[in-house]
Design a protein around this ligand. Sequence first.
Ligand SMILES: C[S@@+](CC[C@H](N)C(=O)[O-])C[C@H]1O[C@@H](n2cnc3c(N)ncnc32)[C@H](O)[C@@H]1O
Ligand code: SF4
Length: 456
Amino acid sequence: MIIDKNTLQKYDVAGPRYTSYPTAPQWSGDVTSDIYASALRSFGQNDKTLSLYIHVPFCEQLCYFCACNKVIRAKEEQVGDEFLDHLFKEIDNVAASIQHRKLIRQLHWGGGTPTYLSEGQIERLFSKLQSVFDIDLDEEIAIEIDPRTVTENKLKVLRRLGFNRISMGIQDFDAKVQDDINRVQPYKLVSQVHQWCRDLKFESINYDLIYGLPYQTKETFKKTVDLVIGLRPDRIALYSFAYVPWLSKPQNKFNLDAIAVHDEKLDIFIQSRENLLAHGYQAIAMDHFALTTDGMAKAFDTGTLHRNFMGYTLKPADEFIGLGPSAIGFLENTYFQNKKTLPEYYESTAQGRLPIERGKQLNQDDQIRQWVINGLMCRFQVDKKLFFDKFGYEFEDYFMEEGGHIRDCIEDGLISEDPKQIQVTDLGKIFIRNVCMVFDRYLKEKDGQKRFSRTV
Ligand SMILES: C[S@@+](CC[C@H](N)C(=O)[O-])C[C@H]1O[C@@H](n2cnc3c(N)ncnc32)[C@H](O)[C@@H]1O
Ligand code: SF4
């Protein structure tokens, strides 16, 4: 694919990744623990199903690029025990508010690195969840692992408990890049962990890769992608490096001259994308690739792919609960986020409070725009008739003000439009965040430049 420089210049701006709409800068402390408790109570009285996320923040070593919410601690049983004490208080508190046993249709442990916990701690946490929720073991039970620290035995424990999906951070195989980002994990180590997962028959293995890291070039990253293709994970998340040094201080260590930007960075992405497409992978919505034989590829083709904070999913639950520091939930059309720092989270749980820090109650306009952005992110499309059936407005009337921006995107070849739908073009798929930005009411009101990473 050839992208002309003017298009690139115009759309290479700062913008959200839309894991939520409205995006996090719009959330506030107006959403309190009391509102959360009331949403949990309502949830307990209906028959909606649950998607549960657990955030375990610990990692043994800091990766300098990392923008996740994590806490670096040397491996110590006591750190995990203290964490579980507080997490169990939160679980009890949430369960007491719900008052009924709910069915978990999607369970995801993320972080940080959930496998920081010892085997005994992992078992204790799983049993604790089973003591208050029903876990449907036929659904997606996923965990993020760090290949540098996971052991074969830990993987055996996870499999025995019912985990069926593994996601691991790979980022890049190049020794110079690994050294600079402070994450040394040779190919041999990853292929060993991969083989353990295959032998244990995990249904799906996902790799995270990042393009745009320091010292990455087209040549070096091609070698990484070739090695990845050789290992054949079922799914690959190919993330654009989010360079946000104002949020993630260790990123200031990077030599700016060594970081590919603009067309250089985009070239790395396009080359990797073409390499993956040529080797049995299909591009799935934003950032993601899956083997054409994988359920996710089929779901994308049939328009049944869904997205939440845990990434893309085939079988969405109705409501989301997040447990652990910084975890996010979405209940009764309201986002809830837990206290982000460990001391604040511990303080709240110790006092028997639901540890909510902030959130956002969606008004009708938010819900409409959330639906449109979700359609673009999951299906690269907006169906105008479905829009009318769902909200009772003609698409063109509702988005009159956005008309100019929509026409701009059409002229630049990012989308096509007819009376039935908006369809994202191949070029638009690369700039999907920019297409979504057209429908983001809050970006019009505030300057988003300093808050987000660049879209390319
Ligand atoms: C919680 S980690 C994955 C599990 C485990 N901690 C590990 O690193 O192997 C989540 C993923 O977020 C991605 N990530 C973190 N910081 C990022 C950044 N600044 N830009 C793009 N992706 C990032 C990485 O690909 C990382 O694997
Ligand atoms: S990338 Fe993973 S292991 Fe590295 S610091 Fe971030 S969460 Fe921890």
